[in-house]
Design a protein around this ligand. Structure first.
Ligand SMILES: NC(=O)c1ccc[n+]([C@@H]2O[C@H](COP(=O)([O-])OP(=O)(O)OC[C@H]3O[C@@H](n4cnc5c(N)ncnc54)[C@H](OP(=O)(O)O)[C@@H]3O)[C@@H](O)[C@H]2O)c1
Length: 323
């Protein structure tokens, strides 16, 4: 079988983790990597065996050997780089959050449709084996109608500068981490009827921590993200007849627990590698099937999630300097 040829743009923290897992997939080839820095591109390409190393993103985008580009840059550049890549005839897997807002996301989806190229937000948790299995149980009614979700994602980043808190780059805990609890509530309960949110802020204007209530007709979710203190990083989904816990660190979990009648049963689903292989395999399958979006994390799913994020930002007052 022909290998699917990947390019990676932006060679930071997540690009390294992704490249390690990409190497675990037999029909994936890391063909090209692009950085703003020549030495970084060369080091990365040597470390992970990429065939070509470029010192600009445009060279990756215009590399005609590539099938798909993984975009691993700060959030503020996701829309622009995704649209350029799609217009250059590449499929795209773009890191979360998909973009800064719904308007940008609509443009990304439009570019995918116009070019008939696959595009997906890299919401890897959607493809995590424990999360998928837990969702099957939830949807089959194992714990009854869902009434309450409690999920958080917090740690003390211990720095007061850099990409994560730079509002020119879409910084703050909401966009880096808060999107995960929001994702879980959306995955299980869909679009909320009402959203309540409040945040504390850095001097930069980025949020230090954000608390959110998603209110539904018959359920509620209480969610939190933080850059200034650690949390348990467990997620609880509670139904009328029991509850399911996605065990820590829940967004990349290796197991879940069903708790019913004071009795706990653990279900272990250890991930292959760090857990990026599942979203990679989904990209491959969609490309081979000539699909422009995944059924599991569709364009509408990304649009709906960013619509929720937009409302949270409106309520907390989180503004980006370029948006
Ligand atoms: N799925 C996950 O689990 C996960 C985890 C962490 C992050 N993410 C997402 O992945 C994206 C990147 O996060 P990261 O933690 O990898 O960030 P990072 O370590 O700061 O790396 C981001 C890379 O983007 C490039 N870049 C382009 N313009 C930049 C700018 N103005 N400032 C800083 N870097 C710039 C740089 O690559 P070059 O120097 O090579 O050009 C940099 O190394 C974010 O959108 C984040 O939300 C996802």
């Amino acid at each position: 079988m022909n290998k699917i040829k990947w390019g990676i743009i932006g060679l930071g923290n997540i690009a390294h983790q992704f490249a390690k897992d990409l190497a675990l997939i037999p029909n994936a080839e890391l063909s090209a990597v692009g950085s703003r820095n020549t030495e970084k591109a060369l080091d990365f390409s040597q470390k992970y065996g990429a065939k070509r190393a470029y010192n600009s993103y445009d060279q990756v985008i215009n590399d005609n050997e590539l099938d798909i580009i993984y975009i691993a840059t700060p959030h503020s550049s996701h829309a622009d780089l995704t649209i350029k890549s799609l217009n250059a005839g590449k499929h795209v897997l773009c890191e979360k959050p998909v973009a800064l807002n719904k308007e940008q996301t609509l443009q990304m989806v439009e570019a995918s449709r116009a070019n008939n190229k696959f595009f997906m937000e890299a919401f890897w948790t959607r493809f995590n084996p424990s999360v998928r299995e837990a969702l099957v149980k939830i949807r089959s009614g194992e714990i009854g109608a869902i009434k309450y979700i409690n999920a958080d994602f917090g740690f003390n980043i211990g720095i007061a500068e850099g990409r994560m808190i730079d509002t020119r780059l879409g910084g703050g805990s909401l966009m880096d981490m808060g999107v995960y609890p929001l994702f879980l509530s959306y995955l299980v309960l869909g679009m909320p009827k009402k959203i309540l949110a409040a945040a504390n802020f850095y001097e930069s204007g980025a949020d230090q921590q954000t608390s959110m209530i998603l209110h539904y007709d018959t359920a509620q979710a209480v969610l939190h993200s933080s850059f200034i203190s650690p949390s348990d990083m467990k997620a609880l989904i509670s139904g009328e007849n029991g509850r399911i816990r996605l065990n820590a660190i829940w967004h990349e979990t290796q197991s879940y627990t069903v708790i019913k009648n004071n009795h706990e049963v653990d279900y272990q689903f250890p991930t292959v590698g760090k857990g990026f292989s599942y979203e990679i395999e989904e990209c491959h399958q969609c490309i081979l099937d000539h699909k422009i979006e995944s059924n599991l994390w569709s364009h509408d799913d990304s649009l709906n999630l960013i619509t929720i994020v937009d409302e949270v930002r409106k309520q907390t007052g989180l503004k980006f300097s370029n948006n």
